[in-house]
Design a protein around this ligand. Sequence first.
Ligand SMILES: [Zn+2]
Length: 257
Amino acid sequence: MKPEEHAARLIDEYCISNPKELNVEEIAYAENLFIKDAPLNNFLGMINYKESHGIITLNTNITDKGQRIFTITHEMGHFFNERNKPEWLRGCKVDDLSSFKSAKRNEDNANVFAAELLMHRPWFNDFTSKRDINFELIKEAAGYFSVSLSAAAMRYINIGKYPAAVIYSKDGFVKWSAFHDYFPFKFLLKGFAVPKESAASDFFKGNTMQTCSDLVPAKSWFPSDYKCKESTYLYEQNVAMPNYNAVLTLLWESEYT
Ligand SMILES: [Zn+2]
């Protein structure tokens, strides 16, 4: 069974019809997964498990409710995806909980499970499909599904209607990026310096950053992409994450391409 199928089965089995009815802690207990809080040195969450039961440990540093729910759901993902395999322990770092299409397949699959359980595909489509893409929509989706902005943005990139890209930059450099299957450009390396044409660069210079959407030359973000022409522009919108000295950038195609 695929990670999405494990999550969809739980939604079906517990007759959950919308996100407000979803309580992942109750499902965890009903599935013989005990949850405890303890100090952890390197990990946000851990799970010890056998085929029929397990213990999820959450780092006591977690204070944000959304992060707590996502971490529990991610650890549940390891249990449902891997409980028939010989491993019996997983420790998950911050980066593991935001990875998709990374080198760590088990972590990616735990995130796929979590995204499907928390933002079940039909619910997410109902919420987003009649709206244009922008950060206002992503923020509302994050609130409605009780997930982080980056988790909602990633879900949109994976199953949303409009081809878009999300870029997470920290200290002025790209840390990760993700692209809708039909987004035209994909060649953006980790470590790429945020371009001066982007409003995100204002944040890293310590200036006030524009937060409404605006056009940006596609070439500024994708200078090495041979498909990218000088005349192509993209819409860009940014959200600052000052606690992390980071910016989340959303790009989508403009009608001027
Ligand atoms: Zn993990």
